[in-house]
Design a protein around this ligand. Structure first.
Ligand SMILES: C[C@](O)(C(=O)O)[C@H](CC(=O)O)C(=O)O
Ligand SMILES: [Mg+2]
Length: 301
C-alpha cells in the first residue's frame, strides 16, 4: 500500500551488494511509477529512469531540456513505489561541476539509489547519435569529483558515463573511464560500444562495475543477458524499451479506434481492470479501510 517501506539507504546498499555479487543486475526503464511496480513484480533486480524517456513523455527531444527539478521529481515518484534500487540518468549534471554536486544531493533526497553523469557538453544528445561533442577529460573529472564530494550517503552509487567511443575511439574512451574511476566513480557506463569485442576490451581494462546499455535502434548489438553476464558486466539497462512498446501499442490502438469507430477488437489485448487494481493493491487499502473496496467487478473485467 502507498509506497515502499524500505529506506533509500537500504536500497542503495542492496544495489552495492548486487554490484559486488558479480551477478548481472537487469534494469528496465520504467516509463512511470506504475510500470516500476510491474518491473519489480516481474522479478528484475532494479529500475532505471531514462532521460530519453523522461523528455519523450514531455514530448521533448533528449537534448538536455529537462531541468534538475523535473528529473528529481519524476525519478523520486518512481523510486518511491518500488523496493528495488532505482538508477537515474542525470545527463550532464545540469551544468557546471557545482550543478552536478547539487544534482547528486537532490537525487539523494528523492530516494534514488544512484545516478549517472556523462561527459557530453550541452546541448547533449542521445549517446547513439552522431555529432556528439564531449567535454575535455579534465572537465569531466571535475564533474565527477564534485559529485563525489557532494554525496552525503556513502551508499549512493555514482556512475560516470563516457560518450567518447564514437567521438575519440575505444582507447580514448577507456583512458577517460580510468580517469573517472580515479576521480571516485563507483561504476562506469561505456556508451555506444559497437560489438562484443569492445564490451570485452572495456571489461578487461576497468576494475569497477560496468553498465551495458541495450537500447534499440542504436549503434551496438542487442546482447542477451546471459552474454552480458558472461562478459562480466554488472548492470544492463533497457532504457527506452517499455516506452517503445507502449507507444507502439498506443499508435496501433488509435488507428483501430479511428478506423473501426470502436475499441472493441482491442479489449482482449488490454490489461484488465482487475489486473490494474491488483497492481494498485486495492486489497491492501481495503484492509486499511473496509469502505474502499465495496464494489464487485463484472466477469472478465
Ligand atoms: C540511456 C539513455 O541515455 C537514456 O536517456 O535512456 C539514451 C537511450 C537512447 O536514447 O536510446 C542514450 O543516450 O543511450
Ligand atoms: Mg540519457
Amino acid at each position: 500500500m502507498l509506497h515502499t517501506r524500505t529506506t533509500p539507504t537500504a536500497r542503495r546498499l542492496a544495489l552495492r551488494e548486487g554490484l559486488a555479487s558479480g551477478r548481472l543486475l537487469r534494469m528496465p526503464g520504467a516509463i512511470n511509477p506504475l510500470s516500476a511496480v510491474l518491473v519489480q513484480e516481474s522479478g528484475f533486480e532494479g529500475v532505471y529512469v531514462s532521460g530519453a524517456v523522461m523528455s519523450a513523455e514531455l514530448a521533448l527531444p533528449d537534448i538536455g531540456l529537462t531541468t534538475l527539478t523535473e528529473v528529481a521529481g519524476r525519478a523520486g515518484q518512481i523510486a518511491r513505489v518500488t523496493d528495488l534500487p532505482t538508477l537515474v540518468d542525470a545527463d550532464t549534471g545540469f551544468g557546471e561541476p557545482m550543478n552536478a554536486a547539487r544534482t547528486v544531493q537532490l537525487l539523494e533526497d528523492a530516494g534514488l539509489a544512484g545516478c549517472h553523469l556523462e561527459d557530453q557538453v550541452n546541448p547533449k544528445r542521445c549517446g547513439h547519435l552522431d555529432g556528439k561533442t564531449i567535454t575535455p577529460a579534465d572537465e569531466m573529472v571535475r564533474r565527477v569529483k564534485a559529485a563525489v564530494e557532494a554525496r552525503r550517503d556513502p551508499a549512493f552509487v555514482l556512475c560516470a558515463r563516457t560518450d567518447a567511443r564514437t567521438v575519440e575511439g575505444l582507447d580514448a574512451a577507456i583512458e577517460r573511464a580510468r580517469a573517472y574511476v580515479d576521480a571516485g566513480a563507483d561504476v562506469i557506463f561505456p556508451e555506444a560500444l559497437r560489438d562484443e569485442r569492445e564490451f570485452e576490451a572495456f571489461r578487461a581494462a576497468i576494475d569497477v562495475p560496468l553498465i551495458a546499455n541495450m537500447t534499440e535502434f542504436g549503434k551496438g548489438p542487442l546482447l542477451k543477458a546471459t552474454t552480458l553476464a558472461s562478459l562480466g558486466y554488472n548492470i544492463v539497462i533497457y532504457p527506452v524499451t517499455l516506452l517503445r512498446l507502449a507507444m507502439g501499442a498506443i499508435e496501433e490502438g488509435l488507428r483501430v479506434i479511428a478506423e473501426d469507430g470502436t475499441q472493441a477488437p482491442l479489449v482482449e489485448r488490454m490489461q484488465t481492470r482487475s489486473r490494474l487494481y491488483e497492481l494498485l493493491d486495492y486489497s491492501g487499502y481495503t484492509t486499511f479501510d473496509g469502505d474502499v473496496h465495496t464494489f464487485s467487478l463484472p466477469p472478465g473485467a
